[in-house]
Ligand binder design. Structure first.
Ligand code: K7E
Ligand code: CUA
Length: 621
């Protein structure tokens, strides 16, 4: 009874918020500002939407939404249907909230960089469906990829990908997590070489690549790379079913232009989708047909045929997305108001017949008419397509600020819903797997235009939750995040089984200690090593006395085995904060170059005596 009363009170609060949002500033006459679903301010629709998204206090969401943090370098985690932000998983950027980037291990992983540009989180798969083991993400800025282990939801590896300049078409996972895709957005001389931009057409190259994944550990290593003409490779997608073993990327700039690409690279009516037989690429590397460039085997398709093909596609396409049955590839036109559908079986037939119209630096160009099956007239500015469990596809329309729903096979457009505003990626639940879940779709919008309490000139990004169960899509909820989500993936909560403490017997760190009496301070010349113990509510030792110029290394173990009993170790004036989860050992290292008395204290509120959890580092001049 009390629970129900609380639910109703919260429901009515949630409802008025949604209604208010519908009546709020519309952003100066933007299309779709007040149309559609809850945004229309219709009371009944708003009530219904609130009911379907309200997760009462103490209850849990049904899905995880992993969304990229863009140039924040992080991954955000929210729940669906509540859309509540629940956690930030730091990847390429230090994050004092979890002490990431301050301890020796994560500092080493970051390799001196303090940011990255995460666009495409990609969940590991077995037989084409999410298996809940890892989440891979790309770094569009510094040519890297990272692996988050879903067991503890932390970043465990960051890998540098040589030759790939601007790793954008990444980190899409193959059907059984054999590879994550990688592709250069910006062509450049290979192996970090130099050539002036005036030599772009000859000295610059693109790369499409597969980063190899160890099936047991998830460990990433550089696999195969393919030398490509100097195009700008964009988005990727992996084959399934009949197209298993193939990978696809879009590209723009078939003009091979430099300068103001908005003009120079928008001249040709068609650009290309790359179709790559990655199993053939893997075999070619094994057979020694690749050259080592920048420390990685690079295949030259002019010398090794049968691996990559180009499919002409109108016009500066952005996303390419393989259907759940693996029969079709849907390429979104960006500058053309259509999604072009390629038939994988037709592609195979065309390759067999050598139905080519020419080549680009030795890469055959397949005749468009031979592989195109349909053009779906979705609307203006199509970017990305995802799928549901009913044979429908959803395409984001940037220019139209809407999502279009269409039928795979009949190619008819069934419905359209306006979003606020200007959607980039969309994420349907399980939407890039062999068996999408259906039910929800999240529209990751690029502009929020004041549909939130004002935040000054630095504006948040907006995401909207859309119900896709009916014939008509309905708008359910709107939320805001820091910049800047691009893609996201949605996985059922029960598909992941994270641990909530690190089991003590799994901690193999030789510097871990589990008893305060084992805490030690050892001096070896100017090196001072501390084995530190922490539990509610003290550190051992509480005093660390060193001399100016000493190199200090602290190995700190959180001996708790209770969920949520997290301790931090912040050291005043030394710009250091590590956070140690239950059962974890972390190492901080610094030169005591500032003389004086510096308190250290627990930074993560852990108990009633959290404030008492402190000690002193004294640095003798
Ligand atoms: Cu469309 Cu980088 Cu996938 Cu942004 S990308 S939206
Ligand atoms: Cu330990 Cu706060």
């Amino acid at each position: 009874m009390r629970k129900q009363a609380r639910f109703l009170a919260a429901l009515s609060a949630a409802t008025s918020l949604i209604v208010l949002a519908g009546c709020g500033p519309s952003g100066g006459g933007d299309k779709g500002a007040t149309k559609g679903g809850a945004a229309g301010g219709d009371d009944r629709i708003a009530h219904d939407a609130a009911q379907r998204t309200f997760v009462p206090p103490g209850q849990l969401d049904d899905y995880y939404l992993f969304y990229s943090g863009g140039h924040s370098g992080q991954v955000y985690l929210a729940g669906i249907p509540s859309m509540r932000h629940i956690a930030t998983i730091p990847v390429f950027t230090p994050y004092p909230g979890t002490g990431y980037g301050y301890d020796e291990e994560s500092k080493k992983m970051l390799g001196g960089y303090t940011w990255g540009d995460v666009h495409h989180p990609s969940l590991s798969k077995t037989n084409g469906d999410y298996d809940g083991r890892w989440l891979f993400v790309n770094d569009n800025a510094n040519n890297r990829a990272a692996r988050i282990d879903l067991r503890d939801m932390k970043t465990h590896q960051i890998i540098k990908i040589p030759n790939v300049s601007g790793n954008h078409g990444s980190a899409f996972v193959t059907n059984n997590t054999e590879y994550i895709l990688s592709a250069s957005r910006f062509s450049a001389p290979l192996a970090g070489g130099f050539a002036p931009v005036s030599q772009y057409k000859t000295a610059y190259h693109g790369i499409v690549a597969g980063v190899k994944i160890d099936p047991k550990t998830g460990n990433m290593s550089n696999g195969f790379q393919i030398k490509m003409p100097p195009l700008d490779f964009d988005l990727g997608s992996t084959g399934k079913g009949p197209s298993e073993g193939w990978a696809f990327w879009t590209s723009y700039n078939s003009e091979r232009a430099t300068g103001r690409l908005e003009v120079t690279a928008s001249k040709n009516p068609k650009d290309y989708v790359v179709a790559c037989n990655w199993k053939a690429a893997e075999a070619a590397v094994k057979a020694g047909k690749a050259d080592m460039v920048g420390g990685v085997p690079v295949i030259d398709p002019a010398k090794v045929p049968g691996i990559v093909y180009l499919l002409p596609t109108p016009s500066s396409p952005h996303g390419v997305d393989v259907t759940p049955d693996g029969k079709y590839m849907a390429a979104s036109g960006k500058l053309a108001p259509v999604v072009t559908i390629f038939d994988f079986a037709k592609l195979q037939a065309a390759i067999d017949k050598k139905d080519f119209t020419g080549d680009e630096d030795g890469v055959p160009v397949v005749k468009f008419e031979s592989v195109k099956t349909a053009e779906v007239p979705v609307g203006m500015g199509p970017l990305h397509t995802e799928y549901d469990d009913q044979g429908n596809a959803y395409t984001s329309l940037f220019l139209e600020s809407a999502v279009a729903k269409w039928k795979v096979g009949t190619w008819e457009v069934l419905d359209k819903i306006p979003v606020a505003y200007n959607v980039g990626h969309i994420a349907a639940a399980g939407g890039n797997t062999s068996h999408p879940y259906g039910k929800y779709l999240v529209s990751l919008n690029k502009l929020s235009k004041g549909r939130h309490i004002t935040t000054g000139p630095s504006q948040p990004e907006s995401s909207q939750l859309i119900d896709i169960t009916g014939n008509k899509m309905t708008m359910l909820y709107e939320t805001f995040t820091e910049p800047e989500p691009h893609y996201a993936q949605i996985i059922k909560t029960d598909a992941i089984k994270p641990i909530e403490v690190y089991p003590k017997d799994e901690n193999k760190n030789p510097n871990a200690i589990w008893n305060p009496n084992d805490a030690t301070i050892t001096r070896n010349g100017k090196d001072v090593t501390i084995k530190m113990f922490t539990i509610r509510t003290f550190f051992a030792p509480t005093e660390i006395a060193v001399n100016k110029g000493d190199r200090v290394t602290i190995h700190v173990t959180n001996a708790e085995q209770t969920r949520d009993e997290i301790h931090g170790l912040g050291i005043s004036e030394y710009n250091l904060n590590v956070v140690i989860d239950p059962g974890e050992t972390k190492t901080v290292s610094f030169v005591a170059d500032k003389p004086g008395v510096f308190p250290f204290y627990c930074t993560n509120f852990c108990s009633a005596l959290h404030q008492e959890m402190q000690g002193y580092l004294t640095v003798k001049p």
